[in-house]
Design a protein around this ligand. Structure first.
Ligand code: GLN
Length: 554
């Protein structure tokens, strides 16, 4: 830690439209501070009324990101972990639902001693308490970055903005910075960029008493000097604090572009932190390799939320990290499981070198996934099953190798004659849906001489879970007797966490979600090895095709 002074706070608000990449901008600035040796954490304030996104459909909200301590959180926390390599906890994601829940529970206990409970001060106090708590600990963080979800002007975001205004007064202007992300649209027909939406969005902020210290302007085209000056004048900030946030080839390039433009130094100066040179060597190497890899491999992902790629955010990112470590670009081919049900698996696999079946819930599309797993098993195509994907692999193996007709998970067929995947003992009595799955980090002991052990180079690992169902241990003997390998178990409960297949080049299924722990400079070992196996498979196919051609020629 460089400074032992007051914790500094940087708020990120967004204007004009949503989806401007506030989370990635905050994470990028977090990276620039980390690269300067500061300890950093990032929190997200979500203005919706759900207590957490755990009960939201993936189509509504994208992936649910799970932390070590078992919180179901916004997918932006995944970006934070990947960018700043700091493990998040439940303190890093607060929703309006949680805030009201806390305040109303206090009111019911009588803690407000007969007072009227109101948005100001009670809700705003609870927001401020949570922001402060995020920075505290044995070693308080140097800088806490706070992303405010939604767009300035939304009714539901008002209490958060009011809380920031009060927070700035209480903590001191020198310790708090406001960064506003906005859109500067380009009107193609007239060949002009427009600054008015930004002016209006900043006006909205000022209405509530917030003045941005820095503007990050999302733009497709470079912003000319006069336009920047105009933005600065109308928005009341020095022109040096108006930056472009350009579209980039990979999100991991953004910290480097920001640094080049001087964003890092400006933040450090504004907060009175000690200036120093950032060390971005590893990051630069990563981006260089990500943009120009030597090899290439195509991997199929068979799921049912494939038209909303945000549902598989961490998996997509984990493949980028693993690709870099294998010096290869990983192209993902999305397979809709219901289409496989309708047309059969074989026709979809001509041009792929690996299959991943990700997590999921509910019966729709299950038979398609099982057919895809069968194809990968029979054809020796590298297979990686995650959570539901692993459960599908066990069902497929039970039906087609062990002859257990009708084998299934009780999630999809409660009357199955062979419930090879079943509800955990501890789940049977659970009635509430929110926050009641097997969640967060659990230990797992890995068997030596397995693909998994080779990947982790360790017999003891910890991974994050989010599921209710498990491999039914009463079928284990039948399964292992036919060649299923139990490669990892939870030492406390004996639950099966990892399976592999004897005699297959690379077939690994895991009950946990490894994608949640893949980092930019530390690809997840299983993703790394899966991509390596897919590359090896591709090479094998190529050389056997070449042999066939030679054969035909003679
Ligand atoms: N639906 C399955 C279960 O609850 C798998 C969950 C998942 O893939 N995350 O066990």
């Amino acid at each position: 830690m460089l400074s032992k002074g007051h914790t500094k706070y940087i708020f990120f608000t967004g204007g004009v439209v949503s989806s401007l990449g506030k989370g990635i901008s905050a994470a990028s600035i977090g990276r620039l501070l980390k690269a300067r040796g500061y300890s950093v954490t990032i929190i997200k304030l979500d203005p919706y009324l759900n207590v957490d996104p755990g009960t939201l459909s993936p189509f509504q909200h994208g992936e649910v990101y799970v932390t070590d301590d078992g919180a179901e959180t916004d997918l932006d926390l995944g970006h934070y972990e990947r960018f700043i390599h700091t493990s998040m906890t439940r303190r890093n994601n607060t929703t309006t639902g949680q805030i009201y829940y806390t305040v109303i529970s206090r009111e019911r206990r009588g803690d407000y001693l007969g007072k009227t409970v109101q948005v100001i001060p009670h809700i705003t106090d609870e927001i401020k308490r949570r922001i402060l708590a995020a920075g505290e600990g044995e070693m308080p963080y140097d800088v806490v970055l706070i992303e405010v979800g939604g767009t300035v002007g939304d009714i539901e975001g008002q209490p958060f903005l009011e809380a920031i205004r009060q927070f700035t007064l209480e903590q001191g202007h020198q310790n708090v910075m406001n960064v506003h992300l906005t859109l500067v649209p380009y009107i193609r027909a007239s060949g002009e960029i427009k600054t008015k939406p930004t002016q209006h969005s900043v006006m909205k902020l000022r209405e509530i008493g917030l003045q941005p210290d820095m503007l990050l302007c999302r733009t497709e085209v470079p912003i000319p000097a006069e336009a920047r000056e105009k933005i600065a004048l109308f928005c009341s900030l020095p022109v040096e604090m108006v930056f472009e946030a350009r579209d980039c080839d990979t999100i991991y390039e953004l910290p480097l572009l920001f640094e080049q433009d001087g964003v890092g130094d400006r933040v450090v100066a504004r907060l009175g932190l000690e200036p120093c040179e950032p060390d971005l060597t590893g990051w630069k190497n990563f981006v260089r390799r990500a943009k120009d890899p030597a090899g290439y491999v195509r991997i199929a992902i068979c799921g049912k939320y494939t038209n909303l790629k945000d549902s598989y955010k961490s998996i997509i990112e984990a493949f980028i990290h693993a690709g870099v470590e294998n010096d290869a670009r990983v192209e993902l081919k999305w397979l809709e499981s219901e289409e496989i049900e309708a047309k059969g698996a074989a026709r979809f696999f001509d041009d792929v070198s690996g299959l991943l079946v990700p997590g999921g819930f509910g019966e729709r599309g299950i038979e398609g996934k099982i057919a895809a797993v069968r194809h990968a098993r029979e054809q020796g195509i590298p297979f990686f099953g995650i959570c539901l994907g692993m459960q599908c692999a066990v069902i497929e193996f039970s039906r087609n190798i062990c002859g257990l007709k009708g084998a299934n998970s009780t999630e999809f067929d409660p009357q199955s004659p062979h419930p090879v995947i079943d509800l955990m003992e501890t789940q049977i009595k659970v009635e509430e849906k929110g926050g009641t799955m097997r969640l967060g980090a659990y230990r797992c002991e890995v068997e030596p001489d397995t693909h998994t052990f080779k990947a982790y180079r360790s017999g003891e690992i910890s991974e994050r879970h989010r599921h209710r169902y498990e491999v039914n241990n009463s079928y284990l003997e039948r399964l292992t007797g036919e060649g299923l390998i139990v490669a990892g178990r939870n030492p406390e409960s004996g639950l099966v966490e990892i399976i592999e297949l004897a005699g297959h080049p690379w077939f690994v299924g895991v009950q946990f979600h490894p994608e949640l722990k893949s980092r930019v400079l530390a690809a997840h070992p299983l993703f790394r090895e899966f991509v390596a196996a897919a590359l090896a498979y591709k090479l094998d196919m190529k050389s056997s095709e070449e042999k066939d051609i030679l054969h035909e020629d003679h």
